[in-house]
Design a protein around this ligand. Structure first.
Ligand SMILES: *Cc1c(COP(=O)(O)O)cnc(C)c1O
Length: 422
């Protein structure tokens, strides 16, 4: 198979960001915002301004240092406000979502161990930052229960309550899934955890800036977020830890972040993250409504392709998330052909696309390996337009039909000789 290659090595990406504006030769649709988002104009401006005006070390006592310290304080206040935290000192800056997840899990485990509690509850479809951190804790003697995920991509508060034991120290359930976009009943799970006095952590990396979050009303003890999923640069994130939760350090050193996370802070990145979060939260409702309409159009249009499966609940779902399996084809080939047509999408998460294993998230829904392999995730942002949706609805069915025409199994699937239990 010959896959067309673009003339220049790099896509013709205008100075600032990928968009259709100024793209004379080829339509360029970025629909992989769950993997990362372009840096927003606001975040970029704040980043550059902060680099110029607040380059000091925030731990220095002189004026230059204190200028930077003030930037951090304001960012902490802004982020605390966006997620409903009581105090800005409950926000700890990290290098991103993975670090925040790791620190949260280690903290819950260590707080439990002090009281002789070593049982942790999570789910089968968490991000690897959570699952792999739990693997390590298991090796260190903790017991981990991973809850099954329903066919609709949801876990219930009842499942959590049923799994809680005398020795349970922590529950970690993600706010919204990064592959299938399903939104978990976080407030209900929080209530159960509070009732049983179990620490509750949520990986809200896909939710922050996209869904309303209120850590107090939802009884969340720890929450992870990451800047590059809502328009800030990569390599900066935050961990919310309610007063009374004593974070265990992953990084030892200076007394930054109230002694809980050493290392001179990424001041411009943090300022940009706070600005991007404030901006996203301010426009959440209107952007959410726009994305929901585009998402539903895509889901409806693509599900007309025969033998397709929409993955995850269609209502309790991130506004911009589409995830669908096409029987008889492989997600990787689909992605390459779509890329050649200027559609940047994903099959599962960016983290698993290096491997040939199907996504653990899709397998957790009970999909057979063969079907999980044919997955496509489109994750939209406010930069996408109705024309983008139209273009995708025109091109994707053609590419699927082409791949099926050369698929060794498609004929047998169509005739019903191969039947997958889906
Ligand atoms: C992206 C992502 C992470 C990891 O965040 P990084 O900042 O890339 O380390 C963790 N959890 C979820 C749900 C994510 O989508």
């Amino acid at each position: 198979m010959i896959i067309p290659v673009k003339e220049s090595g790099l896509p013709e990406c205008p100075q600032k960001r990928i968009s259709n504006k100024g793209m004379k030769h080829m339509r360029m649709i970025y629909a992989d915002n769950a993997a990362t988002t372009p840096v927003s104009a606001t975040a970029r401006r704040v980043f550059l301004e902060t680099m110029d005006a607040a380059w000091g070390n925030p731990s220095s006592l002189h004026t230059v240092g204190q200028t930077a310290a003030e930037v951090l304080l304001k960012a902490r206040q802004d982020i605390a406000k966006c997620i409903g935290a009581q105090r800005e000192r409950e926000i700890y800056f990290t290098s991103g979502g993975s670090e925040a997840d790791n620190q949260a899990l280690l903290t819950g485990a260590m707080m439990g161990k002090k009281k002789g509690k070593t049982h942790i509850i999570s789910t089968k479809f968490e991000h690897h930052a959570v699952l792999h951190a739990l693997k390590r804790l298991e090796k260190e003697g903790f017991q981990v229960t991973l809850l099954d995920v329903g066919r609709n991509g949801l876990v219930t508060a009842q499942q959590v309550e049923d799994a809680i034991r005398e020795d349970t120290c922590m529950v970690s359930v993600m706010f919204a899934n990064n592959e299938i976009g399903t939104i978990q009943p976080i407030a209900e799970i929080g209530e159960v955890c509070r009732k049983h006095k179990v620490i509750f952590h949520t990986d809200a990396v896909q939710a922050a800036g996209h869904l309303p979050i209120d850590v107090q009303a939802m009884n969340i003890d720890m929450l992870s977020l990451s800047g590059h999923k809502f328009g800030a640069p990569k390599g900066v994130g935050a961990l919310y830890a309610r007063t009374g939760v004593w974070l265990t350090n992953l990084i030892e050193g200076g007394a930054q972040e109230r002694g809980r996370r050493a290392g001179t802070e990424n001041v411009p990145g943090i300022a940009a993250m706070a600005a991007a979060l404030v901006e996203s939260c301010a426009h959440m409702e209107e952007v959410g409504a726009k994305l929901t309409a585009m998402r539903d159009n895509l889901l409806e249009g693509l599900s007309k392709i025969p033998l397709t499966i929409i993955n995850g609940d269609t209502k309790s779902r991130l506004p911009g998330n589409v995830n669908i399996c096409f029987q008889g084809i492989e997600g990787e080939s689909l992605l390459l052909l779509l890329d050649a047509k200027g559609i940047q999408a994903s099959s599962g998460s960016a983290c698993t696309s290096g491997s040939l294993d199907p996504s653990h998230v899709l397998l957790s829904l009970g999909l057979p390996h063969e079907v999980a392999h044919g997955s496509l995730r489109l994750s939209l942002s406010n930069d996408n337009t109705a024309e983008d949706v139209e273009y995708m609805l025109r091109e994707i069915p053609q590419v699927v039909a082409y791949l099926r025409s050369i698929s060794p199994v498609w004929e047998a699937i169509e005739k019903g000789e191969i039947h997958y239990a889906v």
